[in-house]
Ligand binder design. Structure first.
Ligand SMILES: [Mg+2]
Length: 388
């Protein structure tokens, strides 16, 4: 089999939300469709990929560097041993030819977009859901039937802080979520604590609420918030400081006993390894949030999971950032601890299959070949509009 065409476009996902660090007013993503000459179930096999929210479209890197490498490669250099399917690891090596190590920048995002589309193809050619393919190739053969998901949001509502936040949290419970996450660090500690109490009142228990500072704090502020948060027992305290400040994370862990979470802005297995070596993260309670769509794709995420295991971590401590179907398949197939979800923002990239509503905080995966985008009407309409 071979790749016959590749299409790429930039799509806006601008929204009026903001976290403690950035506004999403100009946020966009890249979408890619990779066409092949393979047919499965009477249809031409086409793989789709996009980048996760929070990093911008990668048009330049895709058009000038990574897609030409894929297009110029000999078909045999991309195929698996059977010759009838692509080999994601070979594709990855072709993409990363002549790239120096380190300094991962955002090329990891561009490669992640292509990697997503390649895995979509590989599973479609095998005519099975990606989750099952992953369980068979790299897991114990069985998938988790339903994956734990939590609703990430908890934004700031100037002028109606408490009411706006409580309404938002209530809407997540109405949608079937049992756990939520809210932003902190955008207002002084005392004000955030009032917001946290208000959110706990709605979700019912602090263990159902995580808080996220989006890397905003210096050590002193991170520790002050840790002191403020400790009595509540929230589910986790996320990205207190700069994602690459492992010393800050380590000092926070010495000071703050409940679970911490970080990793969504680590884009390589080497960065993840440094976090585990130097960040003081605790395998018995802390949460790792590396997002395969932002960090060189699933080929690299498999390496990251290997790093985790070698440091004594279980994949169950991983709950990827991003809220997309790609990570949901990985969570089900490789038995991670769950997946993030962004109800109603970043549509139609966020969210899961139309046929699989969230129930009691969990979501099922459709029995469709590939990642399952075909069971997401609005997303497929967007792909058709921009990529066909
Ligand atoms: Mg976060």
């Amino acid at each position: 089999m071979k790749i016959t065409d590749i299409r790429e476009a930039r799509v806006s996902i601008a929204s009026d939300i903001a976290n403690a660090y950035i506004s999403f007013a100009k946020m966009d993503v890249s979408v890619v469709a990779i066409y092949t000459d393979a047919w499965a179930d009477g249809r031409q096999v086409v793989g789709y990929g996009f980048n996760s929210n929070g990093r911008y479209a990668q048009s330049g890197l895709l058009r000038e560097r990574f897609l030409p490498r894929l297009q110029e490669a000999e078909p045999a250099a991309l195929r698996d041993e059977s010759g009838g399917n692509l080999d994601p690891f070979k594709v990855w090596s072709v993409l990363m030819a002549n790239e120096k190590p380190g300094g991962h920048g955002e090329r990891s995002v561009a490669v992640g977009i292509i990697d997503m589309a390649i895995w979509d193809i590989v599973a479609k050619v095998e005519n099975k859901p990606l989750a099952r393919l992953l369980a068979e190739r790299y897991g114990d053969g069985n998938t988790d039937e339903r994956v734990s998901v939590y609703a990430a949001g908890g934004y700031y509502y100037p002028g109606k802080q408490i009411q706006g936040l409580q309404d938002e949290m209530r809407s997540y419970l109405d949608m079937g979520y049992t756990c939520t996450k809210m932003k902190i660090g955008g207002v002084p500690l005392a004000e955030d604590l009032k917001r946290i109490e208000a959110a706990i009142d709605v979700v019912g228990d602090a263990s159902r609420l995580a808080v996220d500072a989006n890397g905003r704090f210096d050590l002193k502020t991170a520790l002050a918030f840790a002191d403020g948060l400790a009595p509540y027992g929230v589910r986790w305290y996320e990205e207190a400081g700069d994602p690459l400040d492992y010393a800050l994370q380590q000092q926070l862990g010495e000071h703050y006993d409940p679970p911490m979470a970080t990793g969504e802005n680590l884009f390589s297995h080497q960065d993840a390894r440094n976090l585990l070596r130097y960040g003081g993260m605790r395998a018995d309670r802390d949460i790792l949030q590396m997002d395969p769509a932002l960090s060189y794709g699933l080929v690299e995420y498999l390496r990251t999971l290997q790093v985790l295991r070698s440091h004594g971590w279980s994949p169950r401590q991983c709950i990827p950032h991003g809220g997309h179907q790609f990570a949901l398949n990985i969570a089900a197939g490789l038995k991670l601890g769950g997946n993030e979800s962004y109800p109603e923002v970043f549509a139609p990239f966020g969210g899961f299959a139309d046929s699989a509503p969230v129930e009691e905080g969990r979501v099922a995966l459709p029995e469709l070949p590939g990642i399952g985008f075909e069971d997401k009407r609005e997303l497929m309409a967007l792909f058709r509009q921009h990529l066909s």
